[in-house]
Design a protein around this ligand. Structure first.
Ligand code: ADP
Length: 255
């Protein structure tokens, strides 16, 4: 059993890809734990293992060796079907490219993860609540191609939180956004984290990482730094409000 105060524990996780005669050591013994409610940034140069560690944490891939405990449960031994179930229920994903269904409304996109939910309940209402939580209560019936990039990423975040997952994994969530829309997403992450949601953001931008509470830096498949952010960027209630007002006034459907 894992330590119950940790939401996530990786112990000596390695990942080796066989490439013909060569072996690629994507992760070379990575260990760290994440407490409930924490907010981490994972940094490192291209090829350092960021995506690999995120895929393992998101139950999209398995370690070659080592242990991964999610909510105290060793998920490395699960079958593919069990792994998919855990992934759907416990992990919310946010991608650089939003990955929304085109020509499909915001509400329908957010309802998607609930199709497999053990509590199908009122899907429509749960999706609506998630969209309200990301400030898009007035965009429910807009199709994804009628929304700005920042709004599309908000829909993706609503889709990630709708199942009330244990953790949100975000891969370069601001990478396709201009800086204003990017800051909007960071404000939203601050709000979600303040409400108790555990977040892990993969980014190569120091400014984005500085919004987190803890930074882990990978190099060549190993952790080379793991520290608490002493003076992280946070937004005051006033700054949060200004943005929401602007969004309501100028946030046209397209563009
Ligand atoms: P990052 O996200 O930091 O750019 P990755 O986790 O994508 O790094 O990759 C780490 C290393 O593993 C790289 O050398 C990469 O080429 C290799 N790698 C990643 N995925 C695969 C794969 N499916 N097959 C073979 N090698 C891979």
């Amino acid at each position: 059993m894992g330590n119950p105060t940790f939401l996530i524990e990786l112990r000596d996780v390695t990942k080796t890809y066989e490439m013909g005669k060569h072996e690629v050591h994507a992760l070379r013994g990575v260990s760290f734990s994440i407490e409930q409610g924490d907010y981490l940034a994972v940094m490192g140069p291209s090829g350092s293992g960021k995506s690999t560690v995120m895929n393992i944490m998101g139950c999209l891939d398995r370690p070659s060796e080592g242990t991964y405990l999610l909510d105290g449960q060793d998920v490395t031994k699960l079958s593919d079907v069990e792994l998919a179930r855990i992934r759907n229920q416990r992990v919310g994903f946010v991608f650089q490219t939003f990955n929304l269904l085109p020509r499909t409304t915001a509400q329908e996109n957010v309802e998607l993860p609930l199709v497999y939910s053990p509590r199908p309940g009122n899907r429509r209402e749960r999706a609506r609540k998630a969209l309200v939580a990301v400030g898009l209560g007035d965009r429910l019936t807009h199709k994804s191609n009628e929304l700005s990039g920042g709004e599309q990423q908000r829909v993706a975040i609503a889709r990630a939180i709708v199942n009330e997952p244990s953790i949100i994994l975000a891969d370069e969530p601001t990478g396709n956004l201009d800086s204003k829309a990017g800051i909007e997403i960071m404000k939203l992450f601050q709000r979600l984290n303040d409400s108790g949601i555990t977040l892990l953001v993969v980014t190569h931008e120091q400014f984005i990482a500085n919004h987190s509470r803890r930074i882990i830096r990978l190099y060549d498949g190993k952790i080379v730094e793991d520290f608490r952010v002493a003076d992280r960027v946070t937004y005051s209630p006033e700054e949060m409000r200004t943005l929401e007002e602007e969004h309501a006034v100028h946030g046209g459907a397209a563009g």
